[in-house]
Ligand binder design. Structure first.
Ligand code: BES
Ligand code: ZN
Length: 883
């Protein structure tokens, strides 16, 4: 075990900085291995800080070359410099300038934090604590400064030079073939929003007129030659800008907005002020190389980073504990955008699927933590599903509880009050409390208490009294560091459905006009009057709260909801619940009445025949069974992934066989005609047609193989080609290998497409897959230093191939441990992310558990682990009272 337990940062220890920085002038002379950075910081003592404090600037692997105070070199005894810090024990107690010169090596920066090179281009990533890898600084979000950046480079190496804000100057620089540009950002910002780019890049751009009639030059920069794949991203920027004006009244505030795509990036994208930097996977799209899912992701991530300009940049976070203030809110905003641009119910289902797969899983794991954590060892490990997705659910619940008008008024007040400041969750909630006059202190528990609440509901009908009673009970399981839990404030959007499918007009004064009941006690009871027949309750409509529900509805009652519920989310949920019940029973080895399987299959058949054609995208979701991880979570302990896989395959086969005719009809009626368009309706037709292919292949392997081969050969877009190939992955044999070879040849020079090829092979549910993955690591297109490649091959194996990652002999765990240890030496953030695939190890049956534990212990025992990996492995192994 490692002994040097990293220092823990605690929310309760927050105090304002002793110094403030008003202005930053940076001069960056780009060089592949010896970039010179001269930073002139205009500092002053913070009136809210300690009067006698030393000045301690953060650094990370820095190398100090020169230091001057108000223009005079500081004598050696007046300061202390290490790679991690620059300390001046007796700084002036008045405003002063500090000029710091450092030298950094962007080429050997494999952590991809700070200034680094990607395909020869220079770029930066400063969130959360990367700016300190460029110069010594008060690298914390509540220190906000106005930045002016001069970037100088070789004209050949970096003809394009971009910084934050507006370009104010540029031209030839001293030295052969050097040039420079000066960028000025008038908006004070924290250092994590700093960025610069220098390189050879192609540009596509257009002008955008804001609601205040200002012209903004919007541009997307990509690898030269890929400009024709940047159009969709450019379009998405324009739609995002318009949407934030229309829905939230927020206007853009600079003369330029630039997005640069790079191929080596730890995350999806980053919201640097006026200069968003993107993983190129979330920018580049053409029908030939990108799937419908890629287009949807690009649109969502472009929107997300753009929306940060208000929720994150104009109003930023006081400290990193407040991360959900910008991330949860901005995820909520991007989800609303996608819902408006596409289909709201379909998007809501996709959100909830992701929430359950990632956040519920995290919440039930040793890594569970509150949406606003109270302590961390490594902040990079807190960009989690909980902070992001549960954080977004909290904002959504707030809107559900107070209603859309007050929500908008609260948002306006929040922006008005907090613009230009570094705010807290309390500031956010205060705005809504003030516009509504409500006390939100109970509601605020959502930020502090970890774990997924379980709500148990029982319904009782009284025919004589014509009443219907709903008894609610809630509880939240213990999580690390939190053994006792309080009741939460849970909005329950509900309705009653008659058995013949009509909505019922029953009344209950505790349910608001918009159909919401606020459950805020451990137990509560609702009584509806005027109920003339036993109803079927439809609860948590639109998934009104991030909770698990126990409600004993019979299969017939669920099927009433599937057919008739006015809430599309709950129609989908009903189908999932019916299937999940069968799948859990089968996975546990319990016998399942044949009639139940047949009944489910015939209900789905009826759905396909009557309801599906009206909304193919929705239908595709309904006919897709719960995933293997959904089933594992529902089982909760002593999980056997092989049994789950078999149960799911068997049910798919039965459903496929019962529905052959409607499935074949979908294949015909939804056949692609005309040119590819990524719009939601066209994508929806493709998704149902491809879901049909999947079920047909499950029903009849020979038929499936023939159809998939035909589709693979004739497809005119990546969505259909990949869908066919992925069906072939489930069918061992020659056809599969041939198709894989053809795909590889066709896309040999397309790294982002080969990522899909890596991923498909890593997720084959067969025993030979681990060997295949190891072989693919030798492929010429694979590289351990590119995060997209590693995530596609290794990450997909660990996160998506439940059966092989959790192989009973422990081989999957051992492999991942090896990769984590290797990756940690290059890129600790990436290594830590991969390691989180172990988070549900305690859910597994005993043999697998002990293999997983050994693999984790082996990682923990390695000397010199990064803080990132050290933190995740330590928390994964910690014992805590569970469930
Ligand atoms: N601010 C983050 C990017 C980031 C994350 C920087 C972690 C440093 C550490 C950005 O706004 C973000 O959240 N990006 C997401 C995509 C988004 C659509 C949820 C990402 O990169 O995954
Ligand atoms: Zn974000």
């Amino acid at each position: 075990m490692r002994t040097d337990i990293a220092q823990i940062v605690r929310l309760e220890d927050y105090r304002p900085s002793d110094f403030l920085i008003d202005r930053v002038a940076l001069d960056v002379r780009l060089h592949p291995t010896a970039t010179r950075v001269t930073a002139t910081l205009t500092l002053r003592p913070n009136p809210l800080g300690r009067a006698d404090a030393p000045l301690v600037l953060d650094g990370d692997e820095l190398n100090l070359k020169a230091l001057a105070l108000d223009g005079r070199a500081l004598p050696a005894g007046a300061f202390e410099a290490s790679p991690q810090a620059l300390t001046i024990a007796q700084p002036p107690r008045r405003p002063f300038n500090l000029t710091i010169e450092t030298e950094i090596d962007p080429t050997s920066n494999t952590k991809l934090m700070g200034l680094y090179r990607s395909s020869g281009n220079y770029c930066t990533q400063c969130e959360a604590e990367g700016f300190r890898r460029i110069t010594y600084f008060l690298d914390r979000p509540d220190v906000m400064a106005v930045y002016t950046t001069r970037i100088e480079a070789d004209r050949d190496e970096a003809p394009v030079l971009i910084g934050n804000g507006n370009r104010v100057e540029g031209g030839a620089a001293e030295g052969t073939n050097r040039h420079y540009a000066v960028w000025h950002d008038p908006h004070p910002k924290p250092s994590y929003l700093f960025a610069l780019v220098g390189g050879r890049l192609g540009r596509v751009g257009r002008s955008f007129t804001t609601m205040g009639e200002r012209e903004v030059d919007v541009a997307v920069y990509v690898e030269p030659g890929k400009e024709d794949r940047a159009g969709y991203a450019l379009d998405a920027i324009e739609r995002s800008m318009r949407w934030d004006e229309r829905v939230f009244g927020r206007e853009y505030d600079l003369d330029v907005f630039n997005i640069v795509a790079v191929s080596d990036f730890n995350m999806g994208a980053m919201e640097n002020k006026g200069l968003n930097i993107f993983n190129d996977k979330y920018v580049l799209a053409s029908p030939e190389t990108a799937t419908d899912a890629d287009y949807a992701n690009i649109e969502a991530i472009i929107a997300h980073e753009y929306f940060h300009n208000w929720s994150g940049n104009r109003v930023t976070c006081r400290d990193w504990f407040q991360l959900c203030l910008k991330e949860g809110l901005t995820v909520f905003r991007d989800q609303e955008f996608s819902s408006d641009e596409r289909s709201r119910p379909v998007h809501r289902i996709a959100e909830v699927k992701a929430l359950r797969a990632r956040q519920f899983l995290e919440d039930s794991s040793p890594l569970a933590h509150p949406v606003r954590p109270t302590q961390y060892r490594e902040i990079n490990n807190f960009y989690t599903a909980t902070v992001y997705e549960k954080g977004a659910e909290i904002v959504r619940m707030l809107k559900t509880i107070i209603g859309p008008e007050d929500f908008r008024r609260g948002m306006d007040l929040y922006y008005e009050r907090c613009d230009g400041t570094a705010a807290t969750v309390e500031d956010f909630l205060a705005a809504f409390a003030d516009v509504t006059g409500r006390d939100l202190s109970h509601f605020s528990r959502w930020y502090a208490q970890a774990g997924t609440p379980r709500v148990t509901v029982a319904g009782t009908y009284d025919a004589a009294a014509q009443t219907y009673r709903l008894d609610f009970a809630q509880s939240t399981p213990p999580t690390p560091g939190q053994t006792e839990k309080e009741p939460m404030a849970i909005p329950v959007a509900l309705g009653l459905v008659a058995r013949d499918g009509r909505p019922m007009q029953a009344t209950c004064d505790r349910v608001s006009a918009n159909g919401v009941f606020l459950l805020d006690k451990a137990t509560d009871r609702l009584t509806f009057t005027g109920v003339s027949a036993p109803p079927v309750p439809s609860l948590f409509r639109e998934f009104s709260a991030p909770v698990k529900t126990t409600l004993d509805l019979s299969n017939e009652e669920l099927l009433v909801l599937l057919r008739h519920d006015g809430d599309a989310f709950n129609r989908w949920q009903a189908a999932q619940s019916v299937a999940l019940r069968l799948l859990v029973a089968r996975s546990k080895g319990a016998s399942v009445a044949d009639a139940d399987v047949a009944g489910t299959a015939s209900a789905l058949r009826a759905f396909m025949e009557t309801d599906a054609p009206a909304d193919p995208a929705f239908a595709a979701l309904v006919v897709t069974l719960p995933s293997e991880t959904d089933i594992a979570q529902e089982i909760g302990s002593d999980v056997d992934p092989d049994a789950i896989h078999r149960a799911r395959r068997e049910l798919r086969r039965r459903i496929g066989q019962a529905c052959i005719e409607p499935l074949r009809r979908f294949r015909e009626s939804l056949a692609e005609s005309g040119a590819y368009s990524p719009d939601a309706a066209s994508a929806g037709r493709r998704s149902l047609r491809n879901a049909a292919l999947d079920l047909l292949a499950a029903a009849d392997a020979a038929l499936g193989e023939r159809l998939a081969r035909e589709q693979f050969e004739s497809a005119v877009n990546m969505t259909d080609r990949l869908a066919a190939l992925s069906v072939l992955m489930t069918l061992p044999g020659e056809a599969r290998e041939t198709a894989l070879d053809r795909f590889e040849t066709r896309y040999r020079n397309e790294p982002l497409v080969l990522d899909k090829w890596f991923m498909l092979q890593a997720t084959i549910a067969e025993d030979a897959t681990l060997e295949r993955v190891m072989r693919l690591m030798e492929h010429r297109a694979f590289s351990m230093s590119n995060p997209n490649r590693v995530r596609s091959l290794v990450g997909s194996f660990a996160m998506l191939n439940q059966r092989q990652f959790n192989a009973p002999d422990g081989s999957g765990y051992d492999f991942l441990a090896d990769i984590v240890l290797r990756t940690d030496e290059l890129n600790p953030q990436l290594a830590a992310r991969l390691l989180t695939s172990f988070s549900s190890w305690r859910m597994m049956e005993k043999t697998r558990q002990s293999h997983a534990k050994n693999a984790l212990l082996r990682i923990a025992g390695k000397p010199n682990l990064s803080r990132d990996v050290g933190d995740i492995v330590a928390r994964s192994l910690e014992e805590h009272e569970s469930r």
